[in-house]
Write a protein that binds this ligand. Structure first.
Ligand code: FES
Ligand code: FES
Length: 264
């Protein structure tokens, strides 16, 4: 049987074209291995095999060139130097790149979430020079020489911010997707209250009041730009109230009416 296979192999070997020889050379099939390989081919023509392999290689090369990712050209490059979570950064990027994309795609800070990318959900909230902003509506080019704080920069090492501790205590999240934005917003909210800044619910915006003690309604109003699809609003309000007042809040003390109001 082995003798017959070798015979076939030798016959086929003798009839090989230059293309076929080149293919077997490329595949590293020489000498005895080549004879065995040709013997195993049996009645299948080597020419057909060569054509098939060449066609597959061509198809692969074609699909590679079709699907290979080509980074879009930076059409309007600008260099932006700013501080992110205390570290100086200098990025050359397209002048149209949003801060959210720069944080996530250029700096690897994926804590800020892209929920809607249209300024509607608050998942991308970060703090710039003490003010909360929506990173999806902010161009990175606007951040020259500014200081950006993301959720990754809220804690000091292993010391959590009071808001973070309160969120954990009050279970103020379920899936967690909105949480980075909620926490950044709440941290800035606490500073706004300390500064005595007015909100839509402030009765007299001309009155200088100093630091404000925020009611739950004030907290809800000031957090209304941060949506939570999981509906963790009562727990979020309880967490912010506790961090804001410094007094322990019983999450179970929130009435059903408040739960209803908070989710409207
Ligand atoms: S992702 Fe920015 S507001 Fe929704
Ligand atoms: S915890 Fe899921 S969206 Fe807010």
């Amino acid at each position: 049987m082995a003798f017959e296979e070798n015979d076939v192999a030798l016959d086929a070997d003798q009839q090989m074209t230059a293309d076929e020889e080149a293919l077997l050379d490329e595949l590293g099939i020489f000498g005895e291995s080549r004879r065995k390989f040709l013997g195993q081919l049996g009645g299948v023509g080597l020419g057909a095999l060569v054509l098939q392999v060449l066609a597959e290689e061509k198809a692969l090369a074609f699909s590679d060139s079709e699907t290979a990712y080509v980074a879009p050209a930076v059409e309007n490059p600008v260099t932006v130097s700013f501080t992110v979570n205390g570290a100086k950064k200098s990025l050359e990027l397209d002048s149209r790149m949003t801060l959210l994309d720069a944080l996530r795609e250029r700096l690897g800070l994926t804590g800020s979430k892209k929920g809607c990318d249209h300024g509607q959900c608050g998942a991308c909230t970060v703090i710039i020079d003490g003010r909360r902003v929506l990173a999806c509506l902010t161009l990175t080019a606007q951040c020259e020489a500014k200081s950006v704080t993301t959720i990754e920069g809220i804690a000091k090492g292993t010391d959590l911010h009071a808001i973070q501790t309160a969120f954990i205590k009050h279970d103020a999240f379920q899936c967690g997707f909105c949480t980075p934005g909620q926490i950044c917003s709440a941290v800035a909210l606490m500073q706004e209250a300390k500064n005595g800044e007015a909100s839509y619910l402030t009765a007299n915006v001309r009155q200088k009041t100093g630091a404000l003690q925020l009611s739950d309604d004030e907290i809800r109003e000031r957090m209304s730009g941060n949506l939570c699809r999981c509906g963790a609003y009562p727990n979020i309000v309880a967490a912010i109230r506790e961090a804001h007042t410094g007094k322990a809040t019983d999450p179970m003390a929130i009435s059903q009416m408040e739960v209803h109001d908070a989710t409207v």
